[in-house]
Ligand binder design. Structure first.
Ligand code: GH3
Ligand code: MG
Ligand code: MG
Ligand code: MG
Length: 298
């Protein structure tokens, strides 16, 4: 059973909020806001799937709320349905041109509100699914290269702005071609899934991001982490994966699956870029391979 979808109802009239809330609460988690300011706050905190937005409200009207929602990348994709007593064609046109998904005139018919909300909730569900498909690697269920690139670019610019350290680790499975050749591709896939769950497990902080970089390579992004700390994490990952003792008869160095890791950091003096971090980490990964594999180097 998938999680219940969330709808934010924004109206300055308490009786309208109550009416709409009662109408929708059987099917959705209903959040309420009585003015524009509260609406923006709830929208940013809760990221609802859909917003029912009154137009005429004191202080900030619905048009302004919509504009601010669309200006924030986090809330911009959320569908907004205007529900309003302003019901001339001009009003409706203005609302839709500003980015509203739909327009319902007051007094509303409860059954029509329910039906329209249901249509837009379906769109919201499809949008979320597309977002997941676009950003998650199907085999390991880790963030994919696309999401990695976006997060790393954002973290680099944040580190550049704040001067905070930022580290990355690139992890590559040792002799994985030989593993596939001997055990078969399906077993190889399972090894990648196991490594992904170690990487995404208890060694990483909630603020870290573990992603599949490509093939049998993974990247760990560690914000606010100095090189020494990142190397320590990488060493623990190496040990944890070797400790699984996944048999690898064809490994040239060990009898089990191992990984090699290269670690790199940006410093206050040298603000990191995605390219430079990955390039340095990759060069160190190469050295870790040459030095005998099953190790992390910084
Ligand atoms: P090294 O220790 O130097 O890293 O050697 P290696 O064999 O791991 O390196 P190489 O880059 O030659 O081989 C990588 C292998 O990873 C080859 C490819 O078939 C395998 N691989 C890449 N993606 C997948 C995948 O999704 N599933 C499986 N099973 N194998 C994959
Ligand atoms: Mg009103
Ligand atoms: Mg490789
Ligand atoms: Mg490899």
């Amino acid at each position: 059973m998938s999680e219940q979808q969330k709808i934010l109802v924004v109206d300055d009239s308490a009786s309208n909020r109550q009416l709409l809330g009662e109408l929708l609460q059987a099917d959705y988690t209903v959040l309420l806001a009585k003015n524009g300011e509260q609406a923006l706050l709830r929208a940013r905190e809760q990221l609802p799937d859909l917003i029912l937005l009154d137009v005429m409200m004191p202080e900030m009207d619905g048009y302004e709320v919509l504009q601010l929602l669309k200006a924030d990348p986090d809330t911009a994709p959320i569908g907004v349905i205007f529900i309003t007593g302003l019901d001339t064609p001009d009003d409706e046109e203005r609302g839709l041109l500003m980015g509203a998904s739909d327009y319902i005139a007051k007094p509303f018919h409860p059954a029509v509100v329910k039906a329209r909300v249901s249509v837009h909730m379906q769109v919201a569900r499809q949008r979320r699914m597309l977002e997941t498909l676009a950003n998650i690697d199907a085999l390991t269920e880790l963030p994919n290269r696309r999401q990695l690139d976006a997060v790393l670019a954002a973290e680099c610019s944040r580190a550049g702005r704040t001067g905070n350290p930022l580290s990355v680790a690139i992890l590559d499975v040792d002799y994985f071609k030989l593993y596939n050749d001997y055990y078969g591709h399906a077993m190889g896939d399972r090894v990648l899934q196991t490594i992904a769950s170690v990487l995404n497990g208890k060694m990483k902080r909630p603020s870290d991001l573990a992603a599949r970089y490509g093939g049998e390579e993974f990247v760990l992004i560690m914000p606010d982490t100095l090189l020494e700390g990142a190397l320590e994490v990488a060493n623990k990952l190496c040990s944890a994966i070797a400790a699984l003792q996944i048999p690898h008869e064809k490994s040239r160095d060990y009898a089990c699956v191992t990984v090699s890791i290269g670690v790199a950091s940006g410093t206050v003096n040298v603000p990191p870029t995605a390219e430079s971090l990955l390039q340095v980490a990759d060069a160190r990964l190469y050295r870790a391979k040459a030095a005998g594999r099953n190790r992390a180097l910084a």
